[in-house]
Design a protein around this ligand. Sequence first.
Ligand SMILES: [Zn+2]
Length: 385
Amino acid sequence: MNTIDWLTKLIAFDTTSRLSNLALIDEVANYLTGLGLKPWLVHNEAGNKANLFVTIAAADGAEEGGLVLSGHTDVVPVDGQQWHSDPFVADIREERVYGRGSSDMKGFIASVLAAVPQMQAASLKVPLHIALSYDEEVGCLGAPVLLAELEKRAIRPQHCIVGEPTDMRMVVAHKGINTFCCEVHGKSVHSSLTPKGVNAIEYAARLIVFINRLAHDLQHRADLDQAFDMPFSTIGTNLIQGGSAINIVPNHCTFEFDYRNLPHMSVADIIEPIEQYIQTELLPAMQAVDADSRITLTQKVNVPPLNDQHNQLLHQLIEQLVDSDQRAKVAYATEGGQFERAGIKTVVCGPGSINVAHQANEYVPLSQLARCDRFLQQLILSQQQ
Ligand SMILES: [Zn+2]
């Protein structure tokens, strides 16, 4: 099957993150097994989703080291979107393949699967691996499970290409995603007795303003990275809930904020000042009224950034395979940071555009798929003995 055939097949599996991806994984596993390979799966706790990993050994049989081609199998929902065609039926028109996941990122997976026979026929000096994950779109939950299993099996690839849509440009760095849930517990009283209560919404508001000032400070640091379109780390409070009635001082307020860090910045860079503000400013004032008042801060999503440091060998290899010598840095996150954290040098490069990903009428141009096919062919050639 060629890339378009595979993409048509992959789009037809509705692998929206809330659903199982097992039908798609089984199809791919059967295909690989039929080619004489030994794919293995690692499931989520519920057992309804799986990552798939397969190694195409080097000519001497070696399965150590080598390069991983990585993609996520899940897609974002189509709920509420106006599609011109069925999002789960590949619709080929205008030199494009329309369908959910065509760009993000079943196009890359299709191209990789179509190239497997060529990988097997090549006399590889190092192995090639294929990694397919679940639940990338809901916080990159699947890849860490796969990476832990690799560690357990002592499989240590050297390099990785994550095929998220980059228009086949090499992306060498991206920001991280960290989300935090903050719960403010105060004390309820009748609103006529306001000073006797601890107003959770108002303390939450003070903390949100503090976080907003931090966000402002981030924009004026000396260590910005102009290679990013948003050259600083960003923070924003994007969800809030609290209160029950207009005449009750609220005892509970929950809000969530999102911190997108540049690769050289850490979670501690913002959490330390926030914790300090809570400890020195907010809690003393709250607990002076009610000793049980408290604030809890919990990290929910933790997707590490992808760093472009210490990656020269891989960058030089990929640079020869793409049309542009541009080394892009992007604001969106991928599983690349997780691979890198596991000691696997990673770049992001794949067909299609992030601008159409997650949108109605998502598509991948046929020309991008052809470029990806060519990229993989040249990659295989470059890995031959
Ligand atoms: Zn994606």
